[in-house]
Write a protein that binds this ligand. Structure first.
Ligand SMILES: [Fe+2]
Ligand SMILES: [Fe+2]
Length: 264
């Protein structure tokens, strides 16, 4: 059984809280999570998933920084005046960082090109801001700072997640049946995007992101951000003013992640 790490972490109130649990407590929490997804002992259908909408005080697409599934949100540590990508990983990407570090670590082991390792490292972090359409949001967040192939891989990994590719060893994620419903069919824009990407000369980039998209949380590897310092140095254009303060078209997105408590 593959695990939808973000959905599970969100159900547990974040990665930091989960990390404080011992392995047995983690296993219990995971089992409980899986059972909660079932409806009368069976995998939910789309209609079951929709019936849950009005049982929550938040919407499923909300970013991790903006709500807490367990108790109140916590005060966030202050950001430096000119924040770097490393600062965001350390201070704001609390729920997504371990998952993307693990994915990038696996991609390095699989000899994936550096531009796509970088895509693996960045592919899900926009979920701290917003989860719905996170492939597009993540790609936009990084577009001014990374190679075009990296942006392409990040943007389209989201659509490719729904489509198998046996030749590259990618199967439909088991847990999507629990998260989306067993009879779920992707929206027409996802289907159209998949068809476009499938025939594109850069198809392999987003496909490799899905192949290295690790969903098991209980791994013995705990890669550090420093492992990717050289790749970031070669392919990520860190603005000297700091992310959020370089007057780029996406600066406000970085500021929203840095300052999610700002009322306006
Ligand atoms: Fe993703
Ligand atoms: Fe992912």
């Amino acid at each position: 059984m593959e695990i939808d790490k973000e959905a599970f972490l969100r159900s547990q109130g974040g990665a930091a809280r989960l990390q404080r649990m011992n392995p047995e407590a983690k296993a219990d929490a995971l089992e409980e999570f899986m059972l909660q997804q079932l409806v009368d002992g069976r995998v939910p259908r789309v209609s079951d998933i929709e019936a849950r909408i009005e049982t929550r005080p938040y919407r499923r697409g909300v970013g991790n920084l903006f709500f807490s599934a367990g108790g109140n949100v916590k005060r966030l540590p202050p950001m430096p005046a000119r924040p770097t990508l490393a600062d965001f990983f350390r201070l704001r990407f609390a729920v997504t960082s371990n998952h993307v570090l693990q994915s990038a670590h696996l991609a390095v082991k699989n000899n994936v090109p550096e531009e796509i390792v970088l895509a693996c490292l960045l592919h899900d972090v926009s979920q701290e801001l917003i989860k719905v359409d996170h492939g597009w949001w993540s790609a936009q967040l990084f577009e001014p700072y990374v190679p075009e192939q990296t942006t392409f891989a990040i943007r389209y990994h989201q659509a490719l997640r729904f489509y198998e590719d046996a030749a590259h060893g990618y199967k439909y994620p088991d847990l999507y049946r629990y998260v989306f419903g067993e009879d779920y069919r992707p929206e027409p824009y996802i289907e159209a995007t998949y068809k476009m990407v499938r025939g594109h000369k850069w198809y392999l980039g987003p496909r490799l992101v899905t192949v290295n998209d690790l969903y098991a949380f209980d791994k013995n590897v705990n890669p550090s951000f420093e492992e990717f310092t050289d790749i970031i140095g070669r392919h990520f254009k860190q603005p000297v003013e700091g992310l959020g303060y370089d007057d780029s078209p996406v600066a406000h997105m970085w500021r929203s992640i840095a300052r999610p408590d700002a009322p306006l």
